[in-house]
Design a protein. Structure first.
Length: 364
């Protein structure tokens, strides 16, 4: 185990990310199909900001009122909750949030009086806010516009900085991360709020950063690769992923730890509901971004690059050279100079170069 961590730290691992890419393609494809089916069958649990409605907030500090009791009170008041009531905050900031369908101001005041009397609290401790569904629609439209502009700018930059194939691979990885994050929300039934949309856009930057780090190393390893016959493009790309593996792990952990703290401490212990909406999508998106940068983005670049005539010719040269070296070693002949292939044990020593002086035997 210590040896593995040491090799990870020095970038000396030899995991075959590119050679096993088909299994990762299949795994990602299966999960994406499940996500799309969930979109169609289950849909999303839209928050009140998207589907419209009224949100009642009950100041419950210093009381023992539960979410179930609040739901029962609203049912008796004739305004059944649209979603399960939830407790947010703790101590002096403890509140119970109940979301209902959109109601008139007169009905809201009537419901507040009934609920306050039923729960034994002051009517002033209940506040209500009405939200139109058009507000959530406007937020969604603006988010989609920002996403399109972001993807266009990123594609142009990557095409100039690297090549269009890397831009296309990064684009596919970003779409994968978006679909996975949205799919998890649909499958689990998390509520979609404006904070979710903000978090969804935030994870794109992380996913792109991790992908560009790997692409930069791929470009460095494959520079002038067509002029030789030492390794194929896929081997150079696989070497780049192994060399940046520890950096990707460190980056992902550093990003995931504070997000996990927000989710489990801020939302779970302190009960801050708005933090939960943001932390959930960040946690899912960051994990998906780390996965796609290692197992999808670079293999896709290889699949787009290897079919090019120049790179097919490179692969043939590398294979022919290695076959020739294997044949020489099998017959006991020395390896060609500059190949780095070891001479077979017990085989004849290489012939001396012309004009070279014979070596004298060492005295014991």
């Amino acid at each position: 185990m210590l040896s593995l961590f040491s090799r990870l730290y020095r970038g000396e691992t030899h995991f075959d990310f590119i050679g096993t890419r088909r299994r990762w393609y299949i795994a990602s494809g299966i999960f994406l199909v499940i996500c799309v089916l969930s979109f169609i069958i289950r849909g999303f649990n839209w928050g009140v900001e998207f589907k419209g409605g009224s949100q009642f907030q009950i100041a419950a500090s210093g009381t023992s009122i539960t979410a179930h009791e609040a739901e029962a009170a609203f049912n008796r008041a004739g305004i059944p909750p649209a979603d399960a009531a939830r407790v947010v905050g703790s101590g002096s900031t403890r509140q119970i949030v109940v979301k209902t369908e959109n109601t008139t101001p007169a009905k809201q005041e009537s419901a507040k009086a009934v609920v306050a009397k039923d729960l034994g609290i002051s009517q002033d401790s209940i506040s209500v806010q009405s939200v139109s569904s058009s507000w959530g629609h406007d937020i969604t439209v603006k988010a989609i516009e920002g996403l399109i502009i972001f993807l266009i700018v990123v594609s142009i930059y990557l095409s100039i900085r690297f090549q269009w194939r890397m831009a296309l691979a990064a684009f596919i990885a970003l779409l994968h991360d978006l679909l996975v994050a949205a799919g998890v929300y649909s499958l689990v039934g998390f509520e979609v709020t404006p904070s979710t949309v903000v978090g969804l856009l935030t994870i794109l930057g992380f996913s792109l950063y991790d992908t560009v780090v790997v692409f930069d190393k791929v470009a460095e390893n494959s520079k002038d690769i067509l002029a030789g016959s030492r390794m194929t493009y896929s081997e150079a790309a696989n070497l780049a992923v192994n060399q940046t593996l520890m950096r990707s792990i460190n980056t992902s952990l550093i990003a995931l730890l504070p997000v996990a703290g927000l989710l489990f401490i801020g939302a779970g212990v302190l009960g801050v509901g708005t933090i939960k909406d943001l932390a959930l999508v960040l946690l899912v998106g960051l994990a998906s971004g780390a996965y796609s940068s290692l197992f999808l983005a670079t293999p896709i670049v290889c699949d787009l690059t290897e079919p090019q005539p120049a790179y097919r010719a490179l692969t043939k040269r590398v294979q022919a050279k290695r076959a020739a070296e294997a044949a020489r070693l099998a017959t006991g002949e020395p390896a060609l100079a500059g190949t780095g292939a070891p001479r077979r044990a017990g085989g004849p020593a290489p012939a001396p170069r012309p004009g070279a002086r014979p070596q004298r035997a060492r005295r014991r």
